[in-house]
Ligand binder design. Structure first.
Ligand code: FAD
Length: 505
C-alpha cells in the first residue's frame, strides 16, 4: 500500500480496541493496517514472564463469557470462543475483606447466588440486597449496545447517568459493612466518592456477577488470536511501529508517520490511543482550540503499583477467586491517598496457569498509586523496544513500596514471605511507557455523574477522517472496549447489520 493505493483503514495502537476494529473492518472486506509501537501486541492485554511465570498486566478476570451473555456473543463473532484457554472462577469469585474482621464477604456468580450468599451474611438486609440486584440489572437494561440491541434512541438524556454509586449505596442501606461490601471491588473502575456514576458500577459488576473467567496463562492470547485472524483476512498488523505525527491533504489526514519515517497512507485513521495523546500528534491549528481544551481538560483515572510475586513451588495454594482487601470500611479513600497511609486497599489475585492447578506459580497484588509519586523520574522511558535505566533512586523507591505493601498484605496472609521466590514491581511509569499515555492512568477518562455528558467522547473527531476507539470511548474493561469497537465501526458499517451479524455468530 502506498500513496496511490492507501489502506482503507490505518489503525494506531493494537490494544483490544484497535485489534477488534481491525477485525470488524477486515471482515467487511476493507484493507486494514494496525500499527503498534511495542514489541508485544495487545496494550493492556500484554503479559510478561519472570522465571517462566506469566503475569498479566491489565486483565485479571473477564465477565460475561458464559454462553448467551454479551461478551460471549461478541467473542464468538471475533472467532475467539473456541480458541481461548479460560477457566471459570469459583462460585464466590470475589471476596471482600477488612483488617480486624475475620469474616470474608462474598460476591457470587449468578444473581440468585449473589443475593443468597449476601443475605446469609446480612440476613436483616434482605430487602436492600434484593433491591440492589434489581437496580443493577435495570440500569444495564438502559444501555442497548451493552445488550447487543439496536436502538435509534439516545440514552444520553437518561436520568440514571446522574446518580452517584456511593450516594446510591448510602440511600440503599444504613449498614456500613454492606455498603462497603457492595462497593468493595471498586478498584475495577477506580471508583471516586462523589464522582463515579452508579451506571459505571452497574455495567461492570453486572458482567462479573453474570459469570467470571480467568485467562489461563494470560490475556495476551486474546491479542494473538485477533491479530492472526486480521492477517488471515488480508490485513496487516505491525509491531515496533510508533506513530508520531500525521501528514495532511487539505483537511484530511493522508498518512500516519512513524518514528523511523515510514509513512502509512489511508482513507481513514482510527486511533486506539488516549484522545489527549492522539491530539498531541495532530498539527496545531488543525482542530479548534475549544475541542482540544475540552478533551485536554478531562481528568484521568489514577494509576497503579503492582507487585508481581514468583512463588516458591508448592508453597501458596492457587485461589480461583480474587481478594479485595481494605484497611477499614471506607473503601473509597484509597483512590486519592497520600504516601503516608498507603495502601488502604489492594487487589490480590493468583493467575491461572496450565501446568500447576493446585499451587499458585505467581501472585499479583495491585494497589493504586498516584503519578505524582513517580514524577521525579518522568524523564526516563523504559520498554522492551526502548530499554534504558531509570536510576538507582527509582529502584530504591520501588523496593521501599514493595516492603510497605507486603507489610500490609502480611496482616491478611501472615506466611506470604515464606512463599516468595522473587518479586517484580511496576509503577505508573511502567504503564505510561507501555501504553503510551501521559500519566499511567489505568482506565482513562474519569466518568462524573455531576456532569455526565462532559465525559462522553464520540469516535468522531474534528478531523473528517480521524476516529477514536478504545477504553475512553464508552467504557474501559474488556467488555467496555469491545462495545467501543462496535460504536467506532458503526461510523462505517450499518449498526443494525453489524449487531445482527454478531448476534447470529
Ligand atoms: C492494572 C489494570 C488491570 C485491569 N484489569 C482488568 C480486568 O481484570 N478485567 C477487564 O475487563 N479489564 C481490566 N483492565 C482494563 C482493560 O485492560 C483496558 O480497559 C483495555 O485493555 C484497554 O484497551 P484499549 O483498546 O483502550 O487499548 P490499550 O490497552 O490502552 O492499548 C493502546 C495501545 O496503543 C499503543 N500505542 C500508544 N501510542 C502509540 C503510538 N504512538 N503508535 C503506535 N502504537 C501506540 C500502545 O502501545 C497500546 O498497545 C485493567 C487495566 C489495568 C491497567
Amino acid at each position: 500500500m502506498n500513496e496511490e493505493h492507501p489502506y482503507d483503514f490505518v489503525i494506531i495502537g493494537s490494544g483490544l480496541g484497535g485489534l477488534e476494529c481491525g477485525y470488524i473492518l477486515a471482515d467487511e472486506g476493507y484493507s486494514v493496517c494496525v500499527l503498534e509501537k511495542n514489541h508485544q501486541l495487545g496494550g493492556n492485554l500484554q503479559v510478561f514472564s519472570r522465571e517462566k511465570v506469566a503475569f498479566d498486566t491489565g486483565v485479571h478476570y473477564i465477565g460475561g463469557l458464559e454462553e448467551g451473555q454479551n461478551l460471549y456473543q461478541m467473542f464468538k463473532y471475533f472467532g475467539l470462543m473456541d480458541k481461548l484457554n479460560l477457566v471459570k472462577m469459583d462460585a464466590r469469585f470475589d471476596r471482600i475483606t477488612f483488617n480486624g474482621d475475620k469474616q470474608e464477604y462474598y460476591h457470587a456468580q449468578g444473581y440468585d447466588a449473589f443475593a443468597k450468599s449476601l443475605i446469609e451474611q446480612f440476613p436483616e438486609e434482605k430487602g436492600a440486597i434484593d433491591e440492589y440486584c434489581k437496580t443493577v440489572q435495570e440500569i444495564c437494561a438502559h444501555f442497548p449496545l451493552y445488550n447487543l440491541e439496536y436502538s435509534q434512541e439516545s440514552y444520553l438524556e437518561d436520568k440514571v447517568l446522574g446518580i452517584g454509586v456511593k450516594e446510591y449505596l448510602e440511600n440503599l442501606t444504613p449498614n456500613k459493612t454492606l455498603q462497603a461490601v457492595l462497593a468493595g471491588s471498586n478498584m475495577l473502575y477506580a471508583g471516586i466518592a462523589g464522582k463515579t456514576p452508579l451506571y459505571v458500577h452497574a455495567l461492570i459488576v453486572n458482567t462479573y456477577i453474570e459469570s467470571s473467567f480467568r485467562c489461563v496463562d494470560g490475556g495476551a492470547q486474546i491479542a494473538k488470536h485477533l491479530a492472526k485472524s486480521i492477517r488471515k483476512m488480508g490485513g496487516q498488523v505491525l509491531k515496533r511501529t510508533e506513530i508520531v505525527r500525521f501528514e495532511y491533504d487539505d483537511k484530511r489526514i493522508s498518512c500516519a508517520v512513524a518514528e523511523d519515517g515510514q509513512r502509512f497512507y489511508g482513507e481513514n485513521f482510527i486511533s486506539n490511543i488516549h484522545p489527549q495523546d492522539t491530539l498531541d500528534m495532530v498539527e496545531d491549528g488543525r482542530v479548534r482550540k475549544a475541542y482540544v481544551n475540552r478533551i485536554k481538560s478531562l481528568e484521568n483515572s489514577v494509576s497503579a503499583f503492582i507487585l508481581n510475586i514468583v512463588c516458591k513451588p508448592g508453597t501458596f495454594e492457587y485461589q480461583n477467586y480474587n481478594y479485595y482487601h481494605h484497611k477499614d470500611l471506607d473503601v473509597w479513600k484509597s483512590v486519592d491517598e497520600d504516601a503516608d497511609t498507603w495502601p488502604s486497599s489492594y487487589m490480590f489475585s493468583t493467575p491461572a496457569h496450565s501446568q500447576n492447578q493446585k499451587y499458585a506459580k505467581g501472585i499479583i497484588i495491585l494497589a493504586y498509586m498516584k503519578y505524582s509519586e513517580v514524577k521525579q523520574w518522568e524523564n526516563s522511558l523504559r520498554t522492551v523496544v526502548k530499554p534504558s535505566e531509570r536510576g538507582e533512586g527509582y529502584e530504591q523507591f520501588k523496593k521501599g513500596k514493595e516492603e510497605v505493601l507486603l507489610k500490609e498484605v502480611e496482616k491478611k496472609f501472615p506466611n506470604i514471605r515464606s512463599c516468595i521466590k522473587s518479586m517484580y514491581s511496576s509503577t505508573p511509569l511502567t504503564y505510561r511507557d507501555y501504553i503510551g499515555n501521559s500519566d499511567g492512568s489505568i482506565y482513562g477518562v474519569v466518568k462524573d455523574y455531576n456532569a455526565p455528558l462532559k465525559t462522553f467522547i464520540t469516535p468522531k473527531t474534528k478531523i473528517p477522517n480521524l476516529y477514536l476507539t478504545g477504553q475512553n470511548i464508552n467504557l474501559h474493561g474488556i467488555l467496555g472496549v469491545s462495545i467501543s469497537s462496535l460504536v467506532t465501526c458503526s461510523e462505517f458499517i450499518d449498526k443494525k447489520f453489524l449487531l445482527e451479524k454478531i448476534r447470529k455468530a
